[in-house]
Every structure is written in structure tokens, then in C-alpha cells.
Design a protein around this ligand. Sequence first.
Ligand SMILES: [Zn+2]
Ligand SMILES: [Zn+2]
Length: 421
Amino acid sequence: MKAVLDHVGIAVTDLEASLSFFRDALGLEVEAPEDVPSQRVRAQFVHAGPSPLELLQATAPDSPISKFLEKRGPGLHHITLRVDDIRAALAELRQRNVKLIDDEPREGAEGARVAFIHPSSANGVLVELKQPARVRPEPELPKTIRLGDIDIVTVSDGFFYLDGGAMFGVIPKTFWEKKAPPDERNRIRMAMRCVLVRGPRTMLIDAGAGDKMTAKQADIFRFERDFNLQQSLPAAGVSPADIEVVLATHLHFDHAGGFTERAPDGTVRPRFPRAQYVVRRGEYEDATHPNERTKGSYFLENYKPLADHNVLQFVDEDRTIMPGVRVRRTGGHTMHHQMVLIESAGKTAVFVADLLPTAAHLPEVWVMGYDLFPLDTLNFKRAFLREAIEREYLIIFEHDPTIAAGYIRERDGKRYVEPVA
Ligand SMILES: [Zn+2]
Ligand SMILES: [Zn+2]
């Protein structure tokens, strides 16, 4: 069970009087008080980092807070711990002979499920477990961008979360947290957005994380894949068998996990039965020989079966993959990381992959800590951004949680991304 401190409840005799300490002496920010008629209490939240304090004053003599004050006087009333699965948590506690007040979870505020544990089992502290209401993330539906004679469709494999510090390298959290607010485990939300190119042939560029991840990985990366490629490709009018070419920017799991799938007999096979998979040779070499630093992102099952099924095609240099689509090595993130340029009728769109994972990475020095060669990223990015502004490239972001595509503009020496609708 993973329990995270949600808030600390403190019983007070007089809310207003208690603020002379919490608000005035400590200088903490307080919210407006709120009545909870079902509990006959008035609650007031005090901000104190990720876990606030909840001051509780009774509004009736039969309130649980009145009884608590009578018996023990003002002070710590309860702590609330957030859990992912409250039923599983209660079952586990019961098995360990922990005395529960609530055998079954009940309805709490904002649709949460809550249950109390008896203080006699918790060193005298009243503990509340809370499973917040699950917010189903909005699916990202396919978006079609017409570029000359080519249709570019962004398709989603859902979202996942990566450590915010690692995503922004040497940039302090005080700067990046404004652009990418982290969750309670310091992770930021990232899209796994792939690109479907409908030109002379049907091509898919990258394929998200796929569904071969373990429960442990699902916990670490907090996948939100209720709506993934399995739904977004049909929504774009394409079936897996329609894909003729799969092109890889590189072979990290969040880009190549969807290249293969587990068959009913447990073996792993290519996910797109008629596709040839195009991969940079150097990237494949590195991905099949990971080191201590790179093995957290390279999983053989994502690309080794492609070689076994003879559907791999290697690229050794920057070149055209099909008319209108060419690759350019960026290096930096990995030695052979490449971006994809899509060109038609004098217009250019660029799928930049992990060169510029999100729009927040626009400043040149906002380079990921994950990058193996950060100074190469910096140099490539500096030159590329100038080129992208001058030639008005349409940039497609693979990981930005909200902006699928946009133009990089420069005004009065300031750069920004102008999203396209
Ligand atoms: Zn990567
Ligand atoms: Zn990535």
C-alpha cells in the first residue's frame, strides 16, 4: 500500500482565535471557512505545502469535534492518508489485525471514498484513509492537419508522468513548476502523441508506450491510457493493418513500446502486421546494448521481435523515407535520435520528438536531464529554432500535454509557441 499524507485535521475551540497563530504568527495562507453540516463542523484549510492543515470547529454540541474537545481538549484530531485503492487498503489492514472504525468505505467530500481506522491501532492517532474520486482524463481525439497534398493526423496513445526535475535538467523547480505543475510525487503529465502521415503510403511515426508495461512500471509512470492508439487509430479511420510504414524517432519505451504487442500465446510480435519498421541503425545498436545509464528506457521486447520477424529496415543517414517525409538526426537526447520533416507544397511540419518534448522546453537551455549529450541538444536546438522561426515550420509536439502543434514565433526578442487549433 502506498499512502500519501493528504492533510492534518486539528480540533480548535475557536477558528478565528486559532488564526492568530497559524495565519498571523506563522504567516501561512488560509482559505475561507466552510460549513460541513453533515459533520456539524466548520472547517478552514491552512496552506502548508502539499498537505494542508484543516482546522475544525464544532457547530453543534453533538458534533464529533465537541466530543473530542470535551475528552481531550484542542489539538491534533486526525491525519488523512491518500491511497489508490481504499478497498484493497482496508482488506490489507484487516488481515494485519488493525482495528477499523469503518469496515466499508463511505462517501466523503468531492466524491472521495473515505474510511477511519481506530486510534487504538494507530498509536492514539485517528487515521482517515481517502481514495480521491477518479477523474477520467479527457481523451485526445485525432487532429488532422492538411499540409499541401499530405494529411498529417496526430493520434494519441494516452498520457504518462515523468519526474519534473528530470524533464527540465538544470532548471530549478521554481521556474518549471509554473509551466508544468507536478503531482504529489513530483511528476509532470506528458502526452504520448504519435503522427499518422497519409501520403503515398500510410505511415505511423512512433507508437507510444503500448500495453506491455508491468504493474510496477504503471505505478512509476502513472499511465493514463483509457484512450490509446487502439481507439485513436480507428477514430482516425485507420486499422493496424493499414499501416505500411512505422518510423521510429528513437527506441525509448514511450516511443517504441507500441511497436510490438503480446500475442495470446504470450509471445511478443509486431503490432502492425503489414508494416515495415524504419529505425536508425545506430539507435538500434545502442538500444540492443543498453548500459547502466540507458537501460531504464530501452526494453528489448519493444524492438527485438521486429528483427526476428524480418520487418526492420535500417537508416544510416539523413534521407527521404517516402515522398514528402525525411529524417534528420538531432543527436543530444540519444546519439542517434532523429526528428521527422514532412514537406508538401512548400510547407514544412516537423515532428521534433524529444528534441523539444513540450512547448515549455522552448528556451534553449531548458534541456532534459534524460539527455545523454545535453550540450549537443543545446547546439542543435539553437540552430534549429532559428531555422524553424525563419521558415515558419509547423512544430508537432510529442509530449506536450495540451499543445499538439504550433508555430514558434519571435517578437521583441521573446520566443513563444502559437498553437494551431
Ligand atoms: Zn526519449
Ligand atoms: Zn520521450
